[in-house]
Design a protein around this ligand. Sequence first.
Ligand SMILES: Cc1cc2nc3c(=O)[nH]c(=O)nc-3n(C[C@H](O)[C@H](O)[C@H](O)COP(=O)(O)OP(=O)(O)OC[C@H]3O[C@@H](n4cnc5c(N)ncnc54)[C@H](O)[C@@H]3O)c2cc1C
Length: 395
Amino acid sequence: MTEAAAEQVDIVIVGAGPVGMTLHLALAAGGQKSLLVDRRPRQTANPSSEPADPRALALSQGARQLLEQLGAWPASAATAIETIHISQKDGFGRTLIERDDYQLPALGYVVRYNDLAQALNKRLTDDALRDDCEIIDRTTHASGVSLTIRQRGELQRIETKLLIHAEGTPGNDPAVSVSDYVQHAVICEVTPNPGHNNRAWERFTPDGPLALLPLGNEYSIVFTLPPAKADAVMQMNDADFIAALQNQFGKRMSFSQPGKRSRFPLALRLRDTLVKGNEVWIGNAAQTLHPVSGQGFNLGIRDAWQLAEILLNSSVDRDNPHSLNWTEALARYAASRRLDRRGSAFFTDQIVRAFSNDFPPLKLARGLGLLALDVFPPARHFVAKRMIWGARAWP
Ligand SMILES: Cc1cc2nc3c(=O)[nH]c(=O)nc-3n(C[C@H](O)[C@H](O)[C@H](O)COP(=O)(O)OP(=O)(O)OC[C@H]3O[C@@H](n4cnc5c(N)ncnc54)[C@H](O)[C@@H]3O)c2cc1C
């Protein structure tokens, strides 16, 4: 018996997280088909199903605009950030970034990862995604990549000209340089009293940054700690957890009703080269950053957008797939992303390293820095614009 012929697909995107789905939709909007492959079962809108991911994401104005263009902006699930208060624990100096200084409806928006994923998911056609899949073989050759996938026990063979990796944070891989922050993020939602008034807080402590993001009536907390302290915080009862949070945050407001806690170990993971033959890496698969100042997805969506734009402009003749020139397009893509990804990685890395310690001269310098940001508008605008738009004004 002869083996069934492999399915021919121009572009396969491994990983239907928010970055992979954004790329798929941006390509589709330009008339280019692609196939998403994900190991998770497709998310349903069933509110009782266990959330696939517990994170909340602060999204920039730029990310909102791109998602709106795809019809995937989760408007009713997004909470606007109107002010950002930045300070350090047990030290002087603070800065306040206010929406009114930028003539914008908001400095950014907070959404649950799952609500963002649902909004993107709703835009996918039925045949866009092979879910619940495992890639069991991947062979690269001069004209593309051969894949064997197993979907719910059934083997499928796919031949593709271009394989895009959007499968999130990589495991051990010699092509990825890793710098461990020796910090874990404990995340959870809490109810603030008084209400949050659409203010986000970034508070630097010797243990690591503590972020409070307004989300509905709650705050989504990113509580960064050394691993042993994170162990302890994960095991605390609710009253002790609130006391620990209150100790890091101070007394300006009180918190109650903590939700379920989850944790994420934090490291900077940078893939050395974004392109290898007919494969390209985007989003967290290309770079995983510390969550301080919420840059990760905002950077990943810019990866997706830029790659879609370059690939769409390379399709010389849509009716003749042999005219697609991926090699030249991929080289242009890698060059175009260098500044943004390196700049974002440097920005977050410097903040974490400068602020996560109790060294007195650095504490003084930090206090002076925060004061300078507050009284010197150009410096404050630089930080604000990075949070609002990313590395450059975008799009
Ligand atoms: C605590 C925390 C807070 C954060 N806060 C912010 C924030 O405020 N703002 C912000 O911009 N960013 C934030 N980030 C970063 C943000 O979560 C990531 O940048 C973003 O989720 C990356 O999206 P992605 O689609 O690249 O990867 P992921 O979201 O990880 O999605 C990857 C997808 O690939 C699939 N997959 C994985 N492996 C395989 C495989 N082998 N085969 C098939 N499918 C596979 C997964 O099932 C998943 O669907 C935060 C991160 C953390 C840890």
